[in-house]
Design a protein around this ligand. Structure first.
Ligand SMILES: *[C@@H]1O[C@H](CO)[C@@H](O)[C@H](O)[C@H]1NC(C)=O
Ligand SMILES: *[C@@H]1O[C@H](CO)[C@@H](O)[C@H](O)[C@H]1NC(C)=O
Length: 431
């Protein structure tokens, strides 16, 4: 039998992180009222009008009576078994006088619109209405994700961006899952495929899964502008709104930024948050998004130097709730007490309310940051002074070294942010 440490080790070795399932929301189904301009599916006295130039595939689930049907030049019905149309002679009782109802245009619906996707962690979750919160960039399918178009459903999606291909791991259409690109590109060139996907870029499937247990970056930051251009932000009412990496809008709640070591497993950590914390009744309206991001590093908070991978946990209050910060604090405590088992080395907390544990209004993380900055500055000055002295001795020898003397040492330096034992002496040092 495996002892716990062995089991943990095994999990780490096997633990490639699955992507999420991203489901496209809109459809072009005949039965969906929102697809008809009168807000209702045409009935027996009505004329169903598909505008002539509209290219669309329409899924029909059952049998429908119509008075008349005008069809487009290039379109198709995908009939469920037993589905079809029939004509009622004269007026259909219970249908009214009869109107002409137009099928709406779906050409404007774009792949890179985050409002048109929802994310789930297993293929069964969408059926149970279980969806996850993600930052805007990650609502759109990431390169490691499985894309799902609902099984009994037709759709039309525009895929256009500044890259010629949009890679994903797999893609399901009408209940069939494509995992190799040769199969999928054949489907794309079929009549149905060409009606469903249009635009200047091509979706490719068969991208490998994320092999890094600590997670992989979504890869959509190159599309940030395009993704955010279709997003309108709600107004927020907190004191210090936060802007999560990868999100288009400022939010109220809390953000944890986690630095990790070997042994950190993103999927396990996400499940830990969902199972141990979000399942508690006081947190039921809270939304949490966990992802790997790459955060720009700044020396003294100003000078950019490279990026480092970090885990971002975005915690938002649902309707009217105020529990996000309480949950964030619980997660910080959890990381402080189980950090080494979880592979977490540092946690930084940002909250959107003015209230923090620090009475001066500066959050602990910021205080430590300032102290750290001062330390860096002191070190810099020391180095410069030493350099200056040496330079008087041998000017030529120093010049080549000077620019890269100090940056790497501080990049590697690590400091635990949220440990109260450390923060109090630091704070008093500063005051
Ligand atoms: C009908 O379409 C709307 C918008 O495209 C979508 O949100 C909704 O889920 C669809 N209804 C059903 C029953 O699928
Ligand atoms: C902030 O703190 C003050 C006093 O410490 C308290 O009265 C107020 O309710 C707090 N506000 C929030 C949003 O927690």
């Amino acid at each position: 039998m495996l002892k716990t440490p062995d089991l943990l080790l095994l999990l780490c070795v096997l633990g490639a992180v699955d992507g999420l399932y991203k489901q496209w929301i809109p459809d072009t189904n005949y039965e969906n009222k929102t697809n008809w301009d009168k807000g209702d599916v045409p009935c027996g006295s009505d004329t169903a009008h598909f505008p002539a130039q509209r290219r669309v595939a329409v899924f029909v689930e059952t049998t429908h009576a119509v008075q008349e049907m005008r069809l487009p030049v290039d379109g198709e019905f995908i009939l469920n078994s037993g589905a079809g149309f029939y004509v009622v002679g004269g007026q259909d009782p219970g249908c009214g006088a009869g109107v002409t109802t137009k099928f709406k245009d779906s050409d404007s619906l774009q792949w890179f619109n985050p409002a048109l996707w929802q994310a789930a962690s297993t293929p069964n979750d969408p059926q149970q209405g279980k969806f996850q919160f993600s930052v805007h960039e990650e609502r759109v399918p990431c390169q490691y994700d499985d894309v799902v178009f609902k099984a009994h459903s037709s759709f039309r999606v525009g895929v256009s961006c500044h890259q010629s291909v949009v890679p994903v791991r797999s893609l399901s259409v009408l209940g069939k899952t494509f995992e190799t690109n040769s199969e999928f590109s054949e489907y794309l060139s079929s009549h149905t495929g060409r009606l469903q996907f249009h635009g200047s870029s091509v979706v490719t499937v068969g991208n490998p899964s994320c092999e890094d247990p600590s997670g992989c970056e979504c890869g959509n930051s190159v599309h940030h502008q395009q993704i955010c251009s279709s997003t309108t932000c709600d107004s927020v009412s907190c004191e210090k709104p936060l802007l999560p990496v990868g999100h288009c809008c400022v939010v109220c709640g809390a953000i944890l930024t986690i630095r990790y070591a070997a042994g950190f497993n993103l999927q396990n950590y996400r499940e830990r948050i969902y199972d141990q914390f979000l399942s508690q009744p006081q947190y039921k309206s809270i939304q949490v998004g966990v992802s790997k991001i790459s955060k720009p590093q700044r020396l003294l908070g100003i000078i950019p130097f490279g990026t480092s991978p970090e885990i971002q946990v975005v915690i938002l209050d649902g309707a009217g709730g105020t529990q996000a910060e309480a949950l964030a604090q619980e997660l910080v405590n959890d990381a402080n007490s189980h950090g080494s088992a979880l592979g977490i080395t540092e946690v930084e907390l940002q909250t959107s309310s003015e209230n923090t544990t620090d009475p001066t209004g500066t959050s602990t993380a910021m205080v430590v940051g300032v102290v750290f900055g001062v330390l860096v500055l002191l070190t810099l000055i020391t180095i410069l002074v030493v350099l200056g002295r040496r330079r008087t001795a041998s000017t030529a020898a120093c010049q080549a070294e000077k620019p890269r003397l100090f940056l790497p040492t501080h990049q590697e330096k690590s400091f635990p942010v949220m440990q109260p034992a450390l923060s109090s002496p630091l704070r008093s040092m500063l005051l």
